[in-house]
Every structure is written in structure tokens, then in C-alpha cells.
Design a protein around this ligand. Structure first.
Ligand SMILES: [Ca+2]
Ligand SMILES: [Ca+2]
Ligand SMILES: [Ca+2]
Length: 381
């Protein structure tokens, strides 16, 4: 019987291991069960919301309207009600712009043309779970033309006026083809980009009291550039892929073609609509930021066509419109050889309201730099 009582060491070891494993699994299961009970005494578990999807505009979409509304879709595996935080802007990642909204749409207001925007949605369920969606992007249309410009329609209008000095006579019909016009006067920031990329000299400081380093100070980057001569203005326009407006284009963009109005907004002077001299209602002693007077906008949609800074045009100066050789097709009136004066339009911060009228005309030597003269550009479609 020795054989029977003899113990096989391998069998013993296996039996002991099996017992150990059984105990271990039992203890683990017990711990897990107790753990669940401890963490979620209320009952069924909660799942986080699904990631927001189906963005409108679609991710990476181009040529989107500047008035586009954002929308998206989202759901929760448990059917919980959801709220959303919206992040939106031109930076990536974008900053938060809305918090805890229940709507799956967001209106970002009117956007800029030719700009890329980034956005992201964070979904919250009503059980404190959060899911962040990816960063989406889209870009806006150029406006059917050129960024920062309006397309002025073709057609006849009455150029000149009898309310102004004889230099604006006679009133005559001009047939201007469609053209683009800058919405704003050219700013310090825009002109500085041109100088920096072409090694052109910065304009002299105008010395406006209380406005140090007018051209380079970031506080004035959205103010109109001044102290640029006609050649500077022309060079900038060419660099920007544009050109200087003709005198006929400038006046058409300022007063429209429906009536021969005196100012861009109508026939009555409104002190709060334009930056001129000795006019407390406009709020500025020297120049003002471009686009500062929305009620002074022209029928074409251009700002500051009355006052702020005089604006160079392409044409040579002529004392009135009776002189032979006047073009009536909207082109620039240019002498051969070129004359000694160039046209300026719209008056400035340094002149009275009569000078800011749409048909008013000024002349300066093309090489003069003055703290009252800037410009805007036009373009051919
Ligand atoms: Ca949930
Ligand atoms: Ca003023
Ligand atoms: Ca102006």
C-alpha cells in the first residue's frame, strides 16, 4: 500500500494552485461588486454625450457667406438633455463665445471677407458628463470681388454741382463703367505693410498733439495714413493690385447716382456724420479711425468720403469742367505732358463742411506730403 499513500508532488501543487486562484477570483469579484455599489448608489451608469457632428458650414468649407449661422448635431446615448458651449474665432484653438446654450445654432454676427474661422462645440449632459468636439474651420467669400472693396455699378450720373465753387461746373453726365472702390481710407497698418515689404520709407510723423508716433504706434494702426504724396499713393495701389480712383469714380462712389446730393448721406449737413475742423460732434481734433461714422456712409457703402483725410485721385487738376479734352466715360482726365496739380477729394479734419461735399475738388502738387492728405484705392473688375 505504499504506492497508494505515496503523494504525487505535482498533483498536490496543482490542487493548491487551483484553490488559490478560486479564492483570488472570488475576492476580486466581491471587491468589484462592492466598488460599483459604492460609486453609483443611484442605479444605472451614465454615458457621456456623443461627440458633436454634422457641422454647418462643413469642416474646411470655403466661400462661406459673411452672414452664415453655425449649426451642428449632437445626441446622448442615454437620451439625456444636452447643453452646449460654443468656441469661435479667427484663432485656433478659438476662444469661448457662448456657454450653456440649449440651441444647436449660433449666430456669430457679420464676419470679415476672405477670412478663416475656427469653431468647436462642447456638449454637456444633465449628469455632469462632457464631450468636446473637434476644432472645425471654414473660410468666407471674398465678397464676389476684392476684399475690403465695394463693387459700384455701371451707369450714368451727374458729375459736378452748382452749390459748390465754379470749379465744380458745369454739371455734366458721365457714364462710368463698373468699378471697385475701397470701403475705407488706406490705414497706417496697411501702408506700413507696404513699406515693410518694399523697403519704402515711412511717412514723416505729422506731429499730432497727444498722438505720438502716429504711423507706427499700434494705437493708431486703424487710422488713415497721412503725409503720403501722390507717388506714394500710386505705388501703394500698384503693390496692392489696385489703382488710384479717377475723379469721376470717386464722386460716383461718394454720392451715388439717384440724386445729386451734397454729402454722402444727403443734402443736409449732419455734424455727427463726418470728421471735419472745429466740430465737437465728431469727437476728434485730428484724424479719426477709418469707418468711425456709419451714419455718414455713402450710397455705394464707402466710409469717410466726407472729411477725415483728403484723398488723392489719378487725374490732373483742371480749373473747371469746361476745358477741352474732358472725358465723360469715367476715365481719368490726364494731360500730356502731365500738369503740376493732382486732384484731391472729400475735405479733411482740417477743413469746414463745404469742403467735405461730394462734388468739392482740391488740388495739390503731386510731391507734396501733408498731414491732411491720404487716399483710398479703386480697381477694375
Ligand atoms: Ca448621458
Ligand atoms: Ca474733427
Ligand atoms: Ca476722406
Amino acid at each position: 500500500m505504499e504506492m497508494w499513500t505515496e503523494t504525487n508532488p505535482q498533483e498536490l501543487e496543482f490542487a493548491m494552485s487551483y484553490t488559490k486562484l478560486f479564492c483570488l477570483v472570488s475576492i476580486t469579484l466581491l471587491m468589484l461588486f462592492n466598488g460599483c455599489k459604492k460609486d453609483d448608489p443611484a442605479g444605472p451608469s451614465n454615458s457621456a454625450p456623443n461627440s458633436p457632428y454634422s457641422p454647418v458650414p462643413a469642416d474646411s468649407a470655403t466661400n462661406q457667406s459673411v452672414t452664415v449661422n453655425l449649426s451642428w448635431t449632437c445626441s446622448d446615448p442615454d437620451g439625456d438633455s444636452l447643453t452646449y458651449d460654443v468656441y469661435f474665432g479667427t484663432l485656433s484653438p478659438p476662444p469661448q463665445v457662448s456657454s450653456g446654450q440649449s440651441a444647436t445654432t449660433y449666430n456669430p454676427g457679420t464676419l470679415a471677407h476672405s477670412t478663416t474661422y475656427y469653431w468647436r462645440i462642447v456638449a454637456h449632459d444633465n449628469n455632469d458628463h462632457t464631450t468636446s468636439g473637434p476644432v472645425w474651420s471654414f473660410s468666407t467669400t471674398s465678397g464676389g470681388g476684392v476684399a475690403g472693396m465695394v463693387l459700384v455699378s455701371a451707369g450714368p450720373y451727374s458729375m459736378g454741382a452748382d452749390y459748390q465753387s465754379p470749379t465744380s461746373l458745369p454739371i455734366h453726365t458721365v457714364n462710368v463703367p463698373a468699378f471697385y472702390m475701397d470701403i475705407y481710407e488706406v490705414t497706417n497698418a496697411q501702408y506700413k505693410a507696404f513699406c515693410d515689404s518694399t523697403s519704402r520709407a515711412y511717412p514723416p510723423d505729422p506731429g499730432f498733439s497727444g498722438m505720438p508716433d502716429y504711423f507706427t504706434n499700434t494705437a493708431y494702426m486703424n487710422y488713415p495714413v497721412v503725409n503720403v504724396d501722390w507717388y506714394d499713393a500710386r505705388a501703394y495701389a500698384a503693390w496692392a493690385g489696385k489703382r488710384l480712383p479717377t475723379e469721376a469714380e470717386w464722386e460716383r462712389a461718394a454720392k451715388g447716382n439717384a440724386d445729386n446730393r451734397q454729402w454722402p448721406w444727403g443734402d443736409t449737413w449732419v455734424a455727427a456724420n463726418a470728421n471735419i475742423y472745429n466740430n465737437p460732434a465728431d469727437g476728434y481734433t485730428y484724424t479719426s479711425p477709418v469707418g468711425n461714422y456709419p451714419n455718414g456712409i455713402s450710397p455705394a457703402g464707402c466710409y469717410d468720403m466726407a472729411g477725415n483725410v483728403w484723398e488723392w485721385c489719378e487725374d490732373d487738376w483742371h480749373d473747371n469742367y469746361n476745358i477741352g479734352g474732358r472725358p465723360d466715360d469715367g476715365s481719368a482726365w490726364i494731360d500730356n505732358p502731365r500738369g503740376s496739380g493732382r486732384i484731391g477729394r472729400g475735405g479733411s479734419w482740417s477743413g469746414g463742411s463745404p469742403y467735405s461735399r461730394c462734388a468739392g475738388r482740391g488740388s495739390n502738387n503731386p510731391s507734396f506730403r501733408l498731414d491732411t492728405i491720404g487716399f483710398r484705392c479703386s480697381g477694375t473688375p
